[in-house]
Design a binder for this molecule. Sequence first.
Ligand SMILES: Nc1ncnc2c1ncn2[C@@H]1O[C@H](COP(=O)(O)OP(=O)(O)O)[C@@H](O)[C@H]1O
Ligand SMILES: [Mg+2]
Length: 265
Amino acid sequence: MDQALAKTASSAPLLSVDGVTLQYKTPDHLVTATYRVSFDIQRHERLVLLGPSGCGKSTILKAMAGFLHPVEGRITLKDRVVEGPGPDRMMVFQEFDQLLPWKTVEQNVAYPMRVNGIGAQDAKERALDALAKVNLSKFADAYPHMLSGGMKQRVAIARAMAMKPDVLLMDEPYAALDALTRRKMQEELLQLWDDIGFTLVFVTHSIEEAVVIGSRIVVLSPHPGQVRAEINCAHLGLNERASPEFAELTGRISHMLFDGQNVAH
Ligand SMILES: Nc1ncnc2c1ncn2[C@@H]1O[C@H](COP(=O)(O)OP(=O)(O)O)[C@@H](O)[C@H]1O
Ligand SMILES: [Mg+2]
């Protein structure tokens, strides 16, 4: 992995967010959700977007997914401007109910592949393979209502990964889980990343989660979201949670977010 990172470090970014301003038009006014946001994502990175509620994290992710268009700036994936949704960018949401309740777990995972023209047998094999990676092989024939919230999230991750996207976009996927399940899911996600080596953009408002999950964190200011800092934290993960360095960094980010300080790293 380090070798792969080193190899791509000097090359062009996989995904580039360049001076992006995003707005919503409501009947009586214009909401500026993000203002001139810029950052790059290299292949195999785990980039976390961190900021308070309402700072535009979901909005940026939706723009990366191609559901929203910048009013200023541009987003490029492999040097091509993102103009709409595509199977090269798969999204996992916070909600537990993102699976189709009338389809089995395996059918849910296979569904986007079928829609994108992959044959039934191939899709089934890839679905089962993806389910094995998130330890859900036993539940392939179960229906979503039979699963816990954490398991449904794992199915959603398997469904996204089975498409072999260039980048996996996750919007506060664990925010609604209890603390223990959340920790287990973080562990699993990092393990999966170790196993497969995908590129991740992960949104959270939890400072601790950002440091655990991210190899790099983009800290956003409150509404409208602007980039306040970029922090490298690849050396701090689940095992370092109790370390003084971890505490020092979360403290510094907390200061940045709550006291409005602009702390360069
Ligand atoms: N569909 C929408 N219409 C109007 N305003 C919206 C819409 N979605 C989000 N916003 C506003 O845009 C800002 C950013 O929202 P969002 O991206 O959801 O923030 P976050 O994900 O960081 O909590 C907020 O002020 C929010 O109220
Ligand atoms: Mg959000």
